[in-house]
Design a protein around this ligand. Structure first.
Ligand code: ADP
Length: 200
């Protein structure tokens, strides 16, 4: 048997409130992957009141994107610090075309390209409902007001949605219906990931 080392880098994509965080957790456990959530990393910096956290806070609390240089540097750092991984689940990154290009360059150097972007499809009405519900427990400043939520969705539509086209162009795009039971969505997601593994 020729055992081939598989690398499984996935981008889990979707608007705020699509369920990327929830589904990522389940995917990581099942496939033994490393989570790279830029939102979580920023929140960690925020809690620890690091210089990076204080800088990012200005943007995050308004629901705006943190500037590309800051995000890209943080991601590169995290990738370089993770050795011996089977692959990453990128969650909340890349969020701009510039970030997508930077990620490709970083991974190309290591010869571990992105296998696929999987997008969770959820309509706007449902997104707003979910985020407002999460606001009750998340303690997140950007979940608190409808204006901030709307701003995040608008930023997503303007700056982040085009990132899907970038992966489509490279034949690395697929989507999953993000409405329904968490486990039901997870099963659909797993079937996409299993296809990627079998087609290795
Ligand atoms: P959401 O639930 O809105 O998808 P995240 O937890 O992924 O939120 O991110 C929260 C905030 O962190 C974003 O609104 C943004 O300010 C900042 N952020 C996270 N990832 C990125 C990124 N890749 N580029 C720029 N800003 C980011």
């Amino acid at each position: 048997i020729l055992a081939k080392k598989i690398m499984l880098n996935i981008v889990l994509f979707g608007p705020p409130g699509a369920g990327k965080g929830t589904q990522s957790e389940k995917v990581l456990k099942k496939y033994n992957l490393v989570h790279l959530s830029t939102g979580d990393l920023f929140r960690l910096h925020l809690n620890n009141e690091t210089a990076l956290g204080l800088e990012a806070k200005k943007y995050m609390n308004k629901g705006d994107l943190v500037p590309d240089e800051i995000v890209i540097g943080m991601v590169e750092d995290k990738i370089n610090k993770s050795s011996n991984v089977i692959g990453f689940v990128f969650d909340g990154f890349p969020r701009t075309i510039n970030q997508a290009i930077a990620l490709d360059n970083m991974l190309e150097k290591k010869n571990i390209p992105i296998k696929q972007m999987i997008a969770l499809k959820v309509d706007e009405k449902e997104l707003i409902k979910r985020i407002q519900n999460r606001a009750k427990t998340s303690g997140r400043e950007d979940d608190k007001s409808i204006d901030k939520i709307n701003n995040r969705i608008q930023v997503y539509n303007q700056e982040t949605k085009p990132v899907a086209d970038y992966y489509k162009k490279h034949d690395k795009y697929s989507e999953v219906d993000g409405i329904g039971e968490i486990d039901e969505i997870f099963i659909k997601l797993c079937s996409k990931i299993d296809d990627l593994i079998w087609n290795e």
